[in-house]
Design a protein around this ligand. Sequence first.
Ligand SMILES: NC(=O)c1ccc[n+]([C@@H]2O[C@H](COP(=O)([O-])OP(=O)(O)OC[C@H]3O[C@@H](n4cnc5c(N)ncnc54)[C@H](O)[C@@H]3O)[C@@H](O)[C@H]2O)c1
Length: 251
Amino acid sequence: MKDHLVALVTGGASGIGLATVERFTSEGYKVAVFDANESAKEVIKNSLKSEDNDVFIYEVDVTNHDSILDGFKGLAKDNLTPSVLLNSAGISPPLNPLHKYEIDDWNKCVSINLNGTFMVTREFINSYIENKLSKGSIINISSIMGSRASAAQAVYSATKHGVVGLAKSVAQDYAHLNLRANAIGPGVIETPMTNDVLVDENVKNHLLTRIPLKRVAQASEVASLVYFLATDESSYITGTYIPIDGGYLSS
Ligand SMILES: NC(=O)c1ccc[n+]([C@@H]2O[C@H](COP(=O)([O-])OP(=O)(O)OC[C@H]3O[C@@H](n4cnc5c(N)ncnc54)[C@H](O)[C@@H]3O)[C@@H](O)[C@H]2O)c1
């Protein structure tokens, strides 16, 4: 029975997070969303196919610990105990070589992509332990930049390597509680984050030269991998990094 399962998705109001919310609801999960976007409720309700989906939306800024704690209080009030966590909230900061990197840009990216993932994961694990759950899964959205680097993307790459390390560490620390943790590395996915880049045909064609499958992916394809990692289909997979990149990292 899946109807008692609850998945918590950060950044669920857009792109990969939103596609995953759609996938989980279509599989019968209740889904809780933490997103800083004030219009998250409207955006999510408008994009879901069915009117009566079990989606609970909380305005949470993952860079703010108090805001995260309020989010978890909201979950408790709504009788939701998540056994699955998808850390998808993230930003792609301006490109710059390191010596010209604005300190504020660096801090903002670390704060959302890395510290936010840490703080939400921390409270998720506290809730998992307090509620004595016997099975759970955490999925961190890293990137192909969690395995390699690209010019002028130091902070993005540093944070995306960071969330891979975080998943591996959590896998070590909580395996005895049957709580698995993995990171996934999307390549180029069509979402609002990549709109500006992909609209430029020259840039898009250049990217495609590096992708053996010769196309970018849809967010729903990433949601399929997230769903697999959330369920018993992946019961023996923990502490690893799985690229989903059309073959980008194979060369
Ligand atoms: N799109 C890609 O090609 C791609 C590739 C690799 C990795 N990723 C990663 O996937 C994740 C999702 O990216 P996307 O393309 O869906 O982006 P997106 O911009 O479409 O969605 C990001 C979501 O995160 C939310 N968010 C941002 N800051 C937040 C904060 N402080 N607190 C709470 N929510 C916050 C936004 O409101 C938004 O809903 C990111 O971590 C991104 O780095 C994306």
